[in-house]
Design a protein around this ligand. Structure first.
Ligand SMILES: Nc1ncnc2c1ncn2[C@@H]1O[C@H](COP(=O)(O)OP(=O)(O)OP(=O)(O)O)[C@@H](O)[C@H]1O
Length: 381
């Protein structure tokens, strides 16, 4: 057991909330019991209607919940059934960012921030204000009214506004869902910066695996009002049994370390899992020793029975078939592979999504030795 386990900051909660259904709707019950890290980003992921927003609303105290307890980094916000009044919504030190930025249209960005600053329970110093403005890169936008800002810029102002209350938790409910692809790409680096800089936990609801892969350290997978699974993002995002069919997004997520840079070919080598697990990637400027997160999509992995020396694909790893499972598409199967050489428990497996026909042609079954050819490895952060 980790000796620091009891001293690590954490958020623990229990909510049991039956909701009355309307005339046509099915009754829905949120029934969750969770413990998540009190720092970093926890991604909350699950199908539509699984209860993600309801969970955030319970944490914020916006949803009345009879059977509830919530403890945030050692402080009781709500205690189950002890007759004590839960911490009122306006006293909960949290920031809430919604899908729509909902800025006051008649105020400039600075006016919107000033409004929030005035209402903050704790005084925000000029230095703290400047830091938040710099963090979200909104200094040049402060004199603009919302209608003159893009959706992404408005959302950055809304995030700054949420931070001005000096929250102890930041709740973000699909903050990028209303933005187009370009705007999402623009704002993601700010969210990553938030993740690196802020020392408070962020609970981040999204439907997008890409956002979880880039931002989350920890993941709660929700299904039908319950927490289906919880764990580190690298572990959960490398599973094949997701409650939402991931299709082309299915793959593995790895934390890796840059070990070698090859300036002649503009490549770098990264190591992950066991000592022998390495990959060559395009050099993206990281220094040796830097930690990066990479994603290998199952559709980018092909399999051969012998090493194809003539292949243009640089990453060819000797692996062993661990398991073959069905894919949502009947033409395809998912092949989970383990490194052939590395017996280390830390060794990372990968997943290949190939046609059922190829599986038969290659006569793949459990324990078959294969070469995995990895066509593309995405650096996600
Ligand atoms: N106040 C309420 N009264 C009755 N039912 C509710 C209420 N709030 C939410 N629900 C129901 O609870 C279920 C979960 O809703 P919720 O919005 O939490 O899901 P979600 O996972 O966030 O969905 P989405 O991804 O589509 O936003 C839905 O069936 C919804 O209709």
């Amino acid at each position: 057991m980790d000796p620091n386990q009891n001293t690590q900051p954490k958020i623990t909660g229990r909510f049991l909330l039956p909701l009355r259904s309307d005339a046509q709707g099915e009754p829905f019950t949120l029934d969750v019991d969770f413990e998540i890290p009190g720092r970093g980003v926890t991604g909350i992921f699950g199908p539509s209607g699984s209860g993600k927003t309801t969970l955030l609303r319970c944490i914020a105290g916006l949803q009345r919940c009879e059977h509830a307890s919530l403890q945030v980094n050692g402080r009781h916000w709500q205690t189950a059934d002890d007759g004590r009044t839960p911490l009122a919504v306006h006293r909960r030190p949290l920031g809430y960012v919604f899908q729509q930025p909902s800025l006051f249209p008649h105020l400039t960005a600075a006016g919107n921030l000033a409004f929030a600053r005035k209402r903050a329970a704790q005084k925000v110093t000029a230095d703290e204000y400047d830091k938040i403005v710099a963090l979200m890169g909104i200094a040049p936008l402060l004199e603009q009214r919302p209608h003159a800002l893009s959706g992404g810029e408005q959302q950055r102002v809304a995030i700054a506004r949420a931070l001005l209350v000096k929250p102890e938790i930041l709740l973000m409910d699909e903050p990028l869902a209303a933005l187009d692809h370009m705007r999402k790409r623009e704002i993601l680096p700010y969210l990553e910066q938030l993740h690196r800089t802020l020392n408070i936990p962020i609970l981040y609801v999204t439907h997008a695996v890409e956002e979880i892969a880039r931002l989350a350290d920890h993941v709660l997978l929700m299904e039908n009002g319950r927490i289906h699974r919880a764990g580190p993002a690298t572990e959960l995002l490398s599973r094949t049994d997701f409650p939402v069919p991931l299709g082309d997004d299915l793959g593995i997520l790895l934390d890796a370390v840059v070990t070698t840079r090859d300036p002649e070919w503009n490549l770098m080598q990264v190591q992950f899992g066991g000592d022998t697990d390495t990959l060559w990637l395009r050099d993206s400027g990281e220094a040796c020793g830097d930690r990066i997160r990479v994603r290998i999509l199952a559709r980018d992995v092909s399999l051969t029975r012998s090493e194809d020396q003539d292949s243009s694909i640089l990453n060819r790893l000797p692996m062993r078939v661990q398991e073959i499972s069905a894919d949502a598409d009947p033409a395809m199967v998912l092949v989970r592979l383990r490194p052939l050489r590395s017996e280390s428990a830390k060794a990372s497996g990968i997943i290949a999504r190939i046609t059922r026909r190829s599986m038969h042609l290659l006569d793949l079954r459990e324990n078959t030795a294969v070469w995995a050819q990895i066509k593309s490895v995405a650096i996600v952060r």
